[in-house]
Design a protein around this ligand. Structure first.
Ligand code: TMP
Length: 197
C-alpha cells in the first residue's frame, strides 16, 4: 500500500512523516525530492529563482521516474507499506501554479498527462491542510515556492485534486498542535492498515 503525505510548505507534513517512523517502523519511508543525483538537480532548481518552470517540471518528473523504479515499485512488489513525504500531487499542485502564466493552456492537465503514462497512483493521500498565510509564515518564505500568493494558487490546485478524487484523499487539519496532527495521522494510517488486512 502506498500512502503519500501532501500539503503546503510549512504544513508540518515532514514532522508527521518523521513521527510515523516510530509508530510504523515496519514501513518504507521515502520522499520527493529524493536524495539521488536527480533530487540534487531538483534542489538546485528550487533554490534558483530564475530557473525555467518547464525545465523544473521535467527535473521533478525525472526524479519521480527514478524514485518509482528504484524505491516505490520494488517496495510495493515486496508488499511493504510505503509512506512518501510528497509525491506526484506536489507536481500537479506546485508546477501547475508555477506554469500558470506560461504558454500551456491547462498546466495541471498537461502535467497529469505526462505522469499518467508511467506513474503509480497513491492508494491514499493524507492532505495536511493549512491556509497559505500560515504556511508562508511557518516556512519563512526562503524559496520561490514559499510565498503566500504563490501558495494560495498551490492550495487551490490541491483543492481541485481533492474535489476530483475525494475517495483518495484524507484531509487533516494542520492548524492543530503538532501532537494533535501526529495523533490524527497515526490513527488514519492505522485504520488504513486495518482495512487492508
Ligand atoms: P519539501 O518542502 O517537502 O522538502 O519540498 C521542497 C520544495 O519543493 C517545496 O517548496 C515544494 C516543492 N516541490 C514542488 O514544487 N514540486 C514537487 O513535485 C515536489 C516534490 C516539491
Amino acid at each position: 500500500m502506498l500512502i503519500t503525505l501532501e500539503g503546503l510548505d510549512g504544513s508540518g507534513k515532514t514532522t508527521v512523516w518523521e513521527a510515523l517512523h516510530d509508530s510504523h517502523p515496519e514501513a518504507t519511508f521515502t520522499r520527493e525530492p529524493t536524495e539521488s543525483w536527480y533530487g540534487e538537480a531538483v534542489n538546485r532548481a528550487i533554490d534558483d529563482d530564475g530557473a525555467d518552470p518547464l525545465a523544473t517540471l521535467f527535473l521533478f518528473t525525472a526524479d519521480h521516474a527514478d524514485h518509482l523504479s528504484r524505491t516505490i515499485r520494488p517496495a510495493l512488489e515486496n508488499d511493504e507499506l510505503v509512506i512518501s513525504d510528497r509525491y506526484s500531487d506536489s507536481r500537479y499542485a506546485y508546477q501547475a501554479a508555477a506554469l500558470s502564466g506560461s504558454d500551456l493552456t491547462r498546466p495541471m492537465e498537461y502535467i497529469r498527462g505526462i505522469h499518467s503514462a508511467f506513474t503509480r497512483e497513491p492508494d491514499k493521500t493524507i492532505y495536511i491542510d493549512v491556509d497559505p498565510e500560515t504556511a508562508a509564515a511557518r516556512s519563512g518564505s526562503t524559496n520561490q515556492f514559499e510565498d503566500a500568493a504563490f501558495l494560495a494558487q498551490v492550495e487551490s490546485n490541491y483543492e481541485r485534486l481533492i474535489d476530483a478524487e475525494p475517495e483518495r484523499f484524507v484531509r487533516v487539519d494542520g492548524t492543530q498542535s503538532p501532537e494533535a496532527v501526529i495523533d490524527t495521522v497515526e490513527d488514519v494510517v492505522d485504520r488504513l492498515r486495518g482495512s487492508q488486512s
